[in-house]
Design a protein around this ligand. Structure first.
Ligand code: PEP
Ligand code: MG
Length: 874
C-alpha cells in the first residue's frame, strides 16, 4: 500500500486518501500555481496508526524518509543541512474540512545548529530565533501536550521586561533568552529536552497530528456536523515559506467573495512580516485585503488572477491562504469557503448568472438546513460561546431560538405574555389545551416526549423554537422549579432555548435574524422548476396556511381537524357529544359543531384558491377531549349539567390502557358514523358555497388509521352517498376524492386492496414508525438518545426515515397500491415529509408529494429539487 504521495502525484478527486487540503494542494500543483513543494501522508496511514497501538510502522517511516529526500532534491535544499536549509510545516487535513480542530506544527527541522544556519543564510538572527521559539512552542503543545499558556506567559514576561509591544519588537538576543526559558519549561514539565534530531521531529509531529484526529474538540466537531469517525486525517508535509522575513513579506487569508453577504469582491486580511497563525490569532490588527493593492500592487494583481483561476476551476467561492516571502507569492491552501445562508444563496445565483455553474449545480450547493437561518432568528455565535449551558440532552424539535422567562403553565404563559413579558413555556409535556400558551411563548421546552410528541409537532407547525425530551431536567410544575444537574431554575428566571441544537442556556442571549431577498426567491423558483415531488403543508389555521403559501406550498397535505375542536366553545359542544347519553342530544351537539366546521373549511378553501386541501376526519381518542385535573372536572361537569362524580365515571369508562392503539382514527368513524358524516357534510357545504361563487375547490377527504379494506369501504360508501346527494341537490360540478392514511404496517401489506377503494394514500409516518418499531412516539424520548449514543440506532427514526423497516413498508405499499390503481395519488404527511434525507427516499419510490409544517416548506422544496437532480444523475 502506498502511504505517501508527492503533491505532483495527486488530484482534487483523491480526497479520501489525501484529505481535502492535500488533494487541493495536489490539484493546485497540477494547475501550475505557486505552491511550496511537499507531500501528503494518507488518511489510511492515520487509521493504520490509530488502530495498531499508535506506532509508526517502519514501512511508513521508510516512505517518509524517501519523500523527504525527494523534497530535498526538488527544492535544492537540505534538511538538517549546514547550508540551503530545508524546513517544513506538518499540517493536518481530513477529507471534510474541520477548521482549527486538529493540529499543525510549523518550522519543523530547526534545532540548536540549524537555527544558526538559518540565521546566517538569511542574515537575520531575529527572524531565525523567532522561528525557533515558535517551533518550541507549537511542538511542546502539540506533541507533548504542554499547556500553551505557559509558553505565552514566558513570552509576555520577556516582552514586558523589554518594553516590547509586539512579538516582532523583540531583538535576537531577547528571543534567545525566551528560547532558553522555553527549554527550561520542557525539562520542568515533561522531564526531557526538546528533541534535536530533525527526523525524530518529523516522526513525532506526524504521530501527534494523527492523534489529533481523536482530540476532544475534533470529536465534538464531528458529532456536531455528522462527520464519520472512521476517516482519519491526512498529514501534509510542505516546504516552509516565510511571511516573517521582513517588510517585503507577509501572510494572509482571503475569500473570493464575501462569506457573510455573498458580495462579489475579495474579502480578507493580511499582515506584513508575520507567520502562519498570526492573522487569525489577532495579535496585531491585520489590514484589509484591498490595502494589498497599495502595499504590493504587482502581487495584488497576480493574486487576483490566481484567485479567479481557482474559483473557475473549483466553480465555487474559495477560502485561500497565501504567503509572500520576500516579494514572492505562494498559495498555501484553497478550499470551498464556509458561508452564511445569505451568502450561499447569492453566490450560487451569481455563479449561474456568470455562466460558471448550471441551475442544477446551484441547487445542489444549498445545504437544506441552511434555509433555517433565513426563517428563524438564531443566537449570535459570540454571545452563545459565553453562555452558561443548562442542558444538552434535548432533542432539537423545532429550529430557531427563543429567550424569555420560565413559566410552567400555559395559563401563566398567556397572562405574562399578554402583560408584555417574553416567556418560555417549560413543561413535562404539553397537551392540546396548552396551544394558546404555546403560541404566545417565545419557545417551548419539555422534559418528556420525542420528535413527534405533541409539543414538537405543534411547535413546528407554529414555526416556534422547541426542545423536547430534555431528560436531565426535573420539572415540578407544582413547586415551579426545574432542577438540572448544574443548578435550579424558578418561575421568572431568564433562559435561552436553541431549537436547532436542542441546547438550553441560562440568561438572555442576543439573537439575529436574516430577511429573505432576491437570491432566495430565485433559488426557490428554480427548485420548483426542477422538482418531481410537490411540496404541500400540514396546516389548519389561516396564519399557518398563509405562511405555507408564502413559502411556496402547493396545497394542504394534512388538516388535523381535531385542532379545530380545542377552542373553548367547540370543546364544550364536543364534550356534550361525547358525554350525553341521548341520541338527539348527541346529534344536536354535532349539528352545532358542523356550523363551526363549515366556517373553518370555508376559510381554508378560500385561502387555498383551488390548491388541493387534504382534510383528515377526526383521529385522536375521545378521552383527550375530557378534563384530567380535579378542578377542571368540577368546571366541565358544571358546564355539562352533570355531577362531577358522573363525569369522573364517564372519563374512567373512556380511559384506555394504550390509547394510541385504541379507540381512535377510523375506529371512531365506525362506531360513531354520524361524527364522520358531520365532518364530510361540513366540508361539502363550504365547498359547494365556494363553487357557487365561481371559485375553485379541490377537497380530499382522508380517513385515518385504516387497517382493513372493509373499514375503508364502509366509511367511503357512507360518505360518498351523502356527498353525491348534496352535490346533486346543489346542481353544481364538484370533484372531490376520498382516500386513506397509511399508518399501520398491515395497511402497507394490503395496499392493493385499499387502493381499489381509496383514491389516494397519504403515509402517516409518525404512526407508521411508532407501530413498526413498537416505539411509543410520546415515550421514546426516554431511550432514543442513549440508543443513538451507543450506536444501537444510527438516527432517530421519527426524524429520518428508517429505510430498512419503515422505508421498506412504504415501498411495498406504493408498489402494491399503484399496481391495483395506477391513478392513485400518493403523498406523505408525517414529520418525515420535511426531512431532507427522507425526502430523497420519497422521491426515489415515486411519491407525488411531501407535506410538512409551513416553516419546513422551503427546506422541503430545496430537498425535493436535490432529490430529483440526484435521481436524474443516476
Ligand atoms: C402521522 O401519524 O404520521 C400523522 C401525520 O398523523 P398524526 O401525527 O396526527 O398522528
Ligand atoms: Mg397519525
Amino acid at each position: 500500500m502506498q502511504r505517501v504521495y508527492a503533491f505532483n502525484e495527486g488530484t482534487a478527486q483523491m480526497k479520501d486518501i489525501l484529505g481535502g487540503k492535500g488533494a487541493n494542494l495536489a490539484e493546485m500543483t497540477r494547475l501550475g500555481l505557486p505552491v511550496p513543494k511537499g507531500f501528503t501522508i494518507s488518511a489510511k496511514a492515520c487509521l493504520e496508526f490509530l488502530n495498531h497501538g499508535e506506532v509508526l510502522l517502519d514501512e511508513l517511516k521508510a516512505e517518509i524518509d524517501q519523500y523527504i529526500q525527494q523534497l530535498e532534491q526538488d527544492t535544492g535544499k537540505k534538511f538538517d543541512g549546514a547550508e540551503n536549509l530545508l524546513l517544513v510545516s506538518v499540517r493536518s487535513g481530513a477529507k471534510i474540512s474541520m477548521p482549527g480542530m486538529m493540529d499543525t506544527i510549523l518550522n519543523v527541522g530547526l534545532n540548536d545548529h540549524t537555527v544558526e544556519t538559518l540565521a546566517q543564510e538569511t542574515q537575520d538572527y531575529r527572524f531565525a530565533y523567532d522561528c525557533y521559539r515558535r517551533l518550541l512552542q507549537m511542538y511542546g503543545n502539540v506533541v507533548f501536550g504542554m499547556d500553551g499558556s505557559k509558553f505565552e506567559r514566558i513570552l509576555d514576561q520577556h516582552k514586558k521586561a523589554a518594553h516590547a509591544r509586539y512579538d516582532s519588537d523583540l531583538t535576537a538576543d531577547q528571543l534567545k533568552a525566551v528560547i532558553a526559558d522555553y527549554k527550561e519549561l520542557y525539562l520542568k514539565e515533561i522531564d526531557q529536552p526538546f528533541p534535536q534530531n530533525v527526523t525524530d521531529q518529523i516522526y513525532e509531529a506526524v504521530k501527534a497530528v494523527f492523534r489529533s484526529w481523536n482530540n476532544d474538540r475534533a470529536k465534538y466537531y464531528r458529532k456536531l456536523n455528522e462527520i464519520p469517525n472512521d476517516m482519519g486525517t491526512a498529514v501534509n508535509i510542505q516546504e516552509m515559506v516565510f511571511g516573517n522575513r521582513g517588510e517585503s513579506s507577509g501572510t494572509g487569508v482571503l475569500f473570493t467573495r464575501n462569506p457573510a453577504t455573498g458580495e462579489h469582491k475579495l474579502f480578507g486580511e493580511y499582515l506584513v512580516n508575520a507567520q502562519g497563525e498570526d492573522v487569525v490569532a489577532g495579535i496585531r490588527t491585520p489590514s484589509s485585503i484591498q490595502k494589498l493593492a497599495e502595499d504590493f500592487p504587482e502581487i495584488y494583481t497576480l493574486l487576483n488572477e490566481l484567485v479567479y483561476k481557482l474559483e473557475h476551476h473549483y466553480k465555487d467561492m474559495q477560502d485561500i491562504e497565501f504567503t509572500i516571502e520576500e516579494g514572492q507569492l505562494y498559495i498555501l491552501q484553497t478550499r470551498n469557503g464556509k458561508r452564511t445562508a445569505k451568502s450561499a444563496f447569492k453566490v450560487a445565483v451569481d455563479l449561474v448568472k456568470e455562466g460558471v455553474i448550471t441551475k442544477e449545480e446551484a441547487l445542489m450547493r444549498i445545504e437544506p438546513s441552511a434555509v433555517n437561518q433565513w426563517l428563524h432568528p438564531t443566537f449570535d455565535s459570540e454571545s452563545l460561546a459565553q453562555a452558561e449551558l443548562i442542558s444538552n440532552h434535548g432533542l432539537p424539535a423545532s429550529p430557531g431560538s427563543g429567550t424569555g422567562q420560565v413559566v410552567f403553565t400555559a395559563k401563566v404563559a398567556k397572562e405574562w405574555a399578554e402583560a408584555g413579558k417574553k416567556v418560555i413555556l417549560v413543561r413535562q409535556e404539553t397537551s392540546p389545551e396548552d396551544i394558546e400558551g404555546m403560541n404566545l411563548a417565545q419557545a417551548i421546552v419539555t422534559s418528556h416526549g420525542g420528535m413527534t410528541s405533541h409539543a414538537a409537532v405543534v411547535a413546528r407547525g407554529m414555526g416556534k423554537s422547541c426542545v423536547v425530551g430534555v431528560d436531565d431536567l426535573e420539572i415540578s410544575e407544582e413547586n415551579k422549579t426545574v432542577i438540572y444537574p448544574g443548578g435550579e431554575l424558578h418561575e421568572g428566571d431568564l433562559i435561552s432555548v436553541d431549537g436547532s441544537s436542542g441546547k438550553l442556556y441560562r440568561g438572555e442571549i442576543k439573537q439575529s435574524f436574516t430577511s429573505t431577498d432576491e437570491s432566495y426567491a430565485t433559488i426557490m423558483e428554480w427548485a420548483e422548476e426542477v422538482s418531481e415531488l410537490k411540496v404541500r403543508m400540514n396546516a389548519e389555521t389561516l396564519p399557518d396556511i398563509q405562511t405555507g403559501l408564502a413559502f411556496g406550498a402547493v396545497g394542504i397535505g394534512l388538516t388535523r381537524t381535531e385542532h379545530m375542536f380545542f377552542k373553548a366553545e367547540r370543546l364544550k359542544e364536543f364534550r356534550s357529544f361525547i358525554l350525553s347519553q341521548k341520541e338527539e342530544e348527541r346529534q344536536a351537539a354535532l349539528d352545532r359543531i358542523q356550523a363551526y366546521q363549515e366556517e373553518d373549511f370555508e376559510k381554508i378553501f378560500r385561502a387555498l384558491d383551488g390548491f388541493p386541501a387534504n382534510i383528515r376526519l377526526l383521529d385522536p381518542p375521545l378521552h383527550e377531549f375530557l378534563p384530567a385535573k380535579d378542578q377542571d372536572i368540577e368546571l366541565v361537569a358544571g358546564q355539562q349539567g352533570i355531577s362531577a362524580q358522573e363525569l369522573k365515571s364517564r372519563i374512567h369508562n373512556l380511559k384506555e390502557v394504550n390509547p394510541m392503539l385504541g379507540h381512535r382514527g377510523c375506529r371512531l368513524g365506525m362506531t360513531f358514523p354520524n361524527l364522520y358524516l358531520m365532518q364530510a357534510r361540513a366540508i361539502m357545504t363550504s365547498a359547494i358555497k365556494l363553487v357557487q361563487e365561481g371559485l375553485e375547490v379541490s377537497p380530499e377527504i382522508m380517513i385515518p388509521l385504516v387497517s382493513t379494506q372493509k373499514e375503508l369501504a364502509i366509511l367511503k360508501e357512507k360518505i360518498v352517498a351523502e356527498l353525491d346527494q348534496m352535490i346533486q341537490e346543489a346542481g353544481v360540478e364538484l370533484a372531490y376524492t376520498v382516500g386513506t392514511m397509511i399508518e399501520i404496517p398491515r395497511a402497507c401489506f394490503i395496499a392493493d386492496d385499499l387502493a381499489q377503494i381509496g383514491q389516494f394514500f397519504s403515509f402517516g409516518t409518525n404512526d407508521l414508525t411508532q407501530m413498526t418499531y413498537g416505539f411509543s412516539r410520546d415515550d421514546a424520548g426516554k431511550f432514543i438518545n442513549q440508543y443513538i449514543e451507543n450506536g444501537v440506532l444510527e438516527t432517530d427514526p421519527f426524524q429520518t426515515i428508517d429505510l430498512a423497516g419503515v422505508g421498506e413498508l412504504v415501498r411495498i405499499a406504493v408498489e402494491k397500491g399503484r399496481q391495483a390503481n395506477p391513478n392513485l395519488k400518493i403523498g406523505v404527511c408525517g414529520e418525515l415529509g420535511g426531512d431532507p434525507k427522507s425526502i430523497m427516499f420519497f422521491n426515489q419510490v415515486g411519491l407525488d408529494y411531501v407535506s410538512c409544517s409551513p416553516f419546513r416548506v422551503p427546506i422541503a422544496k430545496i430537498a425535493a429539487a436535490q432529490a430529483t437532480i440526484r435521481k436524474q444523475e443516476k
